[in-house]
Design a protein around this ligand. Structure first.
Ligand code: GDP
Length: 323
C-alpha cells in the first residue's frame, strides 16, 4: 500500500487530493496544525480514513516527526497562507508560511525520507505582471504581491533541492482553481455564494473590486489529478496546469447571476476595499507540456464550474435558512 503525506489536507485541494488517493488505495496521512477552532468541513466525509498527524509548517521538528512517522512514498506540500490580498497586511507571516516553510518541508524530507517524491504547490501568481501571454514553464516570473514573491521562493528552492540533492521534487504551477470548497474570500466563491444568497433573499448586495481582472479558472478536482500524475513520471519536472481559457470577473458575475435568473448589475457595489495595491491584470496558461507528457486535460468548463458552485451554494444556503 502506497503512503502519502499531505499538508493543507483540510483545504480545498488537500481534501480533493485525499479523496482521490484514498480511492486509489493509498494510506493518507494528513498533517494538521492545532487551532482552537478546527475546521473539517472539506474532509467531513473522509475524516476517519485519514491518519492525522499534528505539525506546523514553521516548526521543522514537527515536520521531521510527521515524515518519520508516516514514511511517505509521496509528499504533497499544499499548506500555505494562500490568499493574495491578505499578504499585504501580513507580509512576514506570508513569507514564513508560504516561502521559508517550503525549505522546512524539503529539509524534513531530505533528512527523514530522501527517496520520497515531493510535490510543491507553485502558483500562476508568480507570473504577476506577465512577461508573455500565454504563460508557460519558461515564462519569466514577475510577482506582484508578497504572496507571489513568497511562491517564487518556494518554486526555486524546490528546483534547487532537486538539483542539489537529486530529490524527486516537482513543482506544479497551477493557475486559479476553484470548486464548491473554495474559501469564501476568493472572488469565484464570493460571487457564487452572493448569487445564491441574493436569489434566496438573505443578502441584498455584493461589494466587489476590480471587474476587469482576467483569470484562467479551472476546477480543483481536475487539477489535483495533475499533481498525482507529476509524481508518477520517471523524472521530476515542473508543469503549468491551466485551462487555456481566460475570463473576466465581469464574465464570472454574468454567468453566476444569470444562472439564478438575476442581472448582476442590479446588485453589485464597487468597493475600493477590494482593490489591491498592485494588481495581476491577466493570467492565461499554456499547459501543452502537461497535456503531452502527463496526458492531463481539464474536464470541467468554466461555465460548468460556476454553475456547479452556484448550485452547491443554493443547497447550502437553503439548508442554513431551513427553506
Ligand atoms: P487570486 O488570483 O489568487 O488573487 O484570486 P482571487 O479570487 O482572490 O482574485 C482574482 C481576481 O479577482 C483578482 O484580480 C482580484 O483583484 C479580483 N477581484 C475583484 N473583486 C474581488 C473581490 O471582491 N474579492 C477578491 N478576492 N478578488 C476580487
Amino acid at each position: 500500500m502506497k503512503k502519502a503525506l499531505i499538508t493543507g489536507v483540510t483545504g480545498q485541494d488537500g481534501s480533493y487530493l485525499a479523496e482521490f488517493l484514498l480511492e486509489k488505495g493509498y494510506k493518507v496521512y494528513g498533517m494538521r496544525r492545532r487551532t482552537s477552532t478546527p475546521n473539517y468541513e472539506n474532509v467531513h466525509a473522509i475524516k476517519d480514513q485519514i491518519e492525522w498527524l499534528s505539525g506546523d509548517l514553521t516548526d521543522l521538528a514537527s515536520l521531521m516527526e510527521a515524515v518519520r512517522i508516516s514514511q511517505p512514498d509521496e509528499v504533497y506540500n499544499l499548506a500555505a497562507q494562500s490568499y493574495v490580498a491578505a499578504s499585504w497586511p501580513q507580509p512576514l507571516a506570508t513569507g514564513h508560511m508560504t516561502a521559508l516553510s517550503v525549505t522546512n518541508m524539503l529539509e524534513a524530507v531530505r533528512m527523514m525520507k530522501p527517496d520520497a517524491k515531493y510535490y510543491q504547490a507553485s502558483s500562476s501568481e508568480m507570473f504577476g505582471k506577465v512577461q508573455e501571454t500565454p504563460q508557460k514553464e519558461t515564462t519569466s516570473f514577475y510577482p506582484r504581491s508578497p504572496y507571489g514573491v513568497a511562491k517564487v521562493y518556494g518554486h526555486w528552492i524546490t528546483v534547487n533541492y532537486r538539483e542539489s540533492f537529486n530529490m524527486f521534487a516537482c513543482s506544479g504551477i497551477l493557475f486559479n482553481h476553484e470548486s464548491p470548497r473554495r474559501g469564501h474570500e476568493f472572488v469565484t466563491r464570493k460571487v457564487t455564494d452572493a448569487a445564491a444568497r441574493i436569489k434566496l433573499g438573505v443578502q441584498k448586495e455584493l461589494r466587489i473590486g476590480n471587474l476587469d481582472a482576467l483569470r484562467d479558472w479551472g476546477f480543483a478536482g481536475d487539477y489535483i489529478k495533475a499533481m498525482w500524475l507529476m509524481l508518477q513520471q520517471d523524472e521530476p519536472d515542473d508543469y503549468v496546469i491551466s485551462t487555456g481559457e481566460m475570463h473576466s470577473v465581469r464574465d464570472l458575475l454574468e454567468i453566476a447571476f444569470s444562472h439564478v435568473g438575476l442581472d448582476y448589475r442590479d446588485y453589485i457595489v464597487m468597493d475600493p476595499q477590494f482593490m489591491r495595491p498592485a494588481e495581476v491584470d491577466l493570467l492565461l496558461g499554456d499547459c501543452s507540456k502537461a497535456k503531452q507528457q502527463l496526458g492531463w486535460i481539464p474536464e470541467v468548463s468554466f461555465e460548468q464550474l460556476i454553475h456547479m458552485m452556484v448550485d452547491e451554494d443554493l443547497k447550502r444556503v437553503k439548508a442554513e435558512h431551513r427553506y
